[in-house]
Design a protein around this ligand. Structure first.
Ligand code: ASP
Ligand code: MG
Length: 430
């Protein structure tokens, strides 16, 4: 029996009852003979509450203090969880990210892990303890300041520790039974996926699926750490995310490889906005000037569309999408360079949504794109932007149309389950 890393999200440890329930599950794994490392998130909506509090005392809190504040959330849950485990008669010790050896760069609020030196965790395990680690945090290599990894960063902590400790699996416990073919909060007939390849999971995460963070999946793929996403409420088998197909033992046929479906799922995202640069001269260097301005402001963009220029004016429009939170910054940066770039005006639209269809089978199955557009048209959904990768098609629509569009596409590709409705055990999806 090897070492397992288990990660519990905020909704799994939302209150004392939740913490006790999780403690029992952890002790089970230990009793089964595993060495157990647990990564825990802050209880319930603690992180959001701390952010609200910070904003009340300062509109622009300093990154260093903000991170110091937010990491307190995970310290609360790690200590309580260790106490609950000890109460069940087992040894447990809690560690902050820094104590666990999670070393990051010094970009506050979205630090990247650059090294993991889990010496103290190893020692704790060797002495027979269950090690509890605060997720979402580390310590910067140069300044030795406390950092956070960005919202939802505990998943990344878990995978990084699993890699550094050479764990056999990283189990991510959440408030749904696994990765679904669509967000079960929107599509009641969404189905749990038994196995999905890293590539498809990366596209789903990049397209707005919230169950696993992109950075966490990227990390797992780089170190080839299988992830098992499952519910801390039901104890059912969840979704395996790995490079190799899952092998299931069946009574009739023996070992069976689980095939990946042609279409893995439908993701949606309403966190983006669209900027349109109107009246751009249609000559070389214009797009470069616009996107240089955006990248100098350290803004990441998603889709880009350039319209055909009107023959009479020689002017064109360029639209792109970006996180709503970066909208103001992008508009200000473009306005400042208006003369240099040369355009007429800017339009900003934050009432958009994105729907993406993901599946490696797209590469070899013609007609997927046509069926996708047909489903949207049958649902009366108008398309504003389109972008594709080898294994994904995404469209931008009105935000109001998103839920309807997701359900329509999900049905059209035969992804609706005919049995149980998907269960959401907890959390606000916030
Ligand atoms: N507590 C942090 C958040 O809510 C980190 C996490 O949950 O993974 O974003
Ligand atoms: Mg959380």
């Amino acid at each position: 029996m090897g070492l397992v890393v288990q990660k519990y999200g905020g909704s799994s440890v939302a209150d004392a009852e939740g913490i006790k329930r999780v403690a029992k599950r952890i002790v089970e794994a230990k009793k089964n003979g595993h060495q157990v490392v647990v990564v825990v998130s802050a209880m319930g909506d603690t992180t959001d509450e701390l952010i609200d509090l910070a904003e009340q005392v300062s509109p622009m809190p300093a990154g260093r203090e903000f991170d110091m504040l937010l990491t307190a959330g995970e310290r609360i849950s790690m200590a309580l969880l260790a106490m609950a485990i000890k109460n069940l008669g087992h040894e447990a010790q809690s560690f902050t990210g820094s104590q666990a050896g999670v070393i990051t760069d010094s970009v506050h609020n979205k630090a990247r892990i650059i090294d993991v030196t889990p010496g103290r965790i190893r020692t704790a395990l060797d002495e027979g303890n269950i090690a509890i680690v605060a997720g979402f945090q580390g310590v910067s290599q140069d300044k030795k300041d406390i950092t956070t990894l960005g919202r939802g960063g505990s998943d990344t902590t878990a995978v990084a520790l699993a890699a550094a400790l050479d764990a056999e699996v990283c189990e991510i416990y959440t408030d749904v039974d696994g990765v679904f073919t669509a967000d079960p909060r929107v599509v009641k007939k969404a189905q749990k996926i038994d196995w999905i390849a890293f590539e498809d999971m990366l596209e789903l995460a990049a397209s707005g699926s919230k169950v696993l963070l992109h950075r966490c999946v990227e990390y797992a793929r780089r170190y080839n750490i299988p992830i098992h996403v499952r519910s801390s409420f039901s104890g059912l088998q969840g979704t395996w995310v790995s490079s190799e197909p899952l092998v299931q033992k069946t009574q009739q046929q023996g070992d069976q490889k689980v095939e990946q479906a042609i279409i893995s799922g439908v993701a949606h995202d309403t966190s983006e906005a669209k900027v349109t640069v109107v009246g751009v001269p249609d000559k070389p260097g214009e797009a470069a000037a616009i996107f240089r301005t955006i990248s100098d402001a350290e803004i990441n963009i998603d889709m880009i569309v350039q319209n055909v220029s009107a023959a009479s004016t020689g002017l064109t429009d360029i639209s792109f999408t970006l996180p709503k939170a970066e909208g103001r910054k992008a508009i200000d940066a473009l306005e400042k360079n208006k003369a240099g770039i040369g355009f007429d005006s800017l339009r900003y639209d934050d009432q958009i949504g994105k729907i993406s269809l993901v599946g490696a089978g797209m590469k070899t199955n013609p007609g997927v794109t046509a069926d996708f557009f047909q489903a949207l048209s049958d649902a009366g959904v108008n398309i504003e932007l389109i972008s594709t990768s080898e294994i994904r098609i995404s469209v931008v629509t009105r935000a109001d149309d998103v839920n309807e569009a997701v359900r329509a596409v999900h049905s059209a590709f035969g992804l609706d389950s005919d049995s149980d409705e998907a269960v959401v055990y907890g959390g606000t999806g916030r």
